[in-house]
Design a protein around this ligand. Sequence first.
Ligand code: SF4
Length: 331
Amino acid sequence: MEQLVDSYGRHIKSMRISITDKCNFRCTYCMPAEGLPWLKKPEILTYEEIVRISRVAVDMGIEQIRLTGGEPLVRRDVPDLVYQLHQLPGLRSLSLTTNGVLLKDQARPLAEAGLTRINVSLDSLVREKFAKLTRRDQLDRVLIGLEELEKYPSIHPIKVNAVAMRDFTEEEVLDFVQLARRKAYVVRWIEFMPLDADQIWRKEDILTGAELKAIIEAKYGPLVPVRGGDPSETARRYTFSDGIGEIGFINPVSEPFCSTCDRIRLTADGQLRTCLFATEETDLRAVVRSDADDEQLAQTIRRAVWHKELKHYIGDKRFKRANRSMSMIGG
Ligand code: SF4
């Protein structure tokens, strides 16, 4: 089938699929303490519908699928979905983004079902700070979940993603570096983006990748770039002069990477988003719940991708907030 290409010539190879809007955390930069008005069950795509859309998308060149939420593991039977997606011919990578609190019990079934990569969101290693940020006192369970993952080398690499926030992250940067060097977790810092439900994001709260790199190099000397990654990789990857440990910086605000963007997103209620900051969506749920065939579904996806946004305009007067918050998009 003809590959997915947008009007700027970018080949679309990666799809992030939010399988639920619900979450068992209440991170202050993501959602209010009381949560959000959750989607109703009939509004949410069934696993069969997700697999059908994925199969058609993989036939058009999607090679990487990442399952996200909310918190994906709060939805039942995720290993069943992973198993079905893992069977899709042409799919090279199947990953999951999770807050890690349910990993102790889920790591094994996910590994056996065919999960190949994982991103665990962890913004602090200090119990009190973690509890204040997530409004849940569960740091220990996340760390136990990470250790459980280490038993399944088929899930590799284990990435730990921390949202970088000014006057919060700086004091723990070197502890996270220690984690990367001691545990072989790939630790990455992601710049804070204006996708919070409370709309409290301010440019001055941005702690840039460059600032974090400077803190680390002050202690470890110049970092060594890791070469040869995927050109659409969002992280700037580094190791240390002794070669122990890998860290990375995802800088969508200070160093946007839209020119090599190969990503599209599917929301839990079946809307196709061609950019994280999209203000319009394409309703695939209506298509898969109609009598449209796979070719018509493919055409709908292809048309949407052709109109993929050039870039985000954060910091520019043309910037418009996305029409959904992060927990409804899935990162
Ligand atoms: S902002 Fe949009 S275009 Fe830019 S990298 Fe993110 S998804 Fe791609």
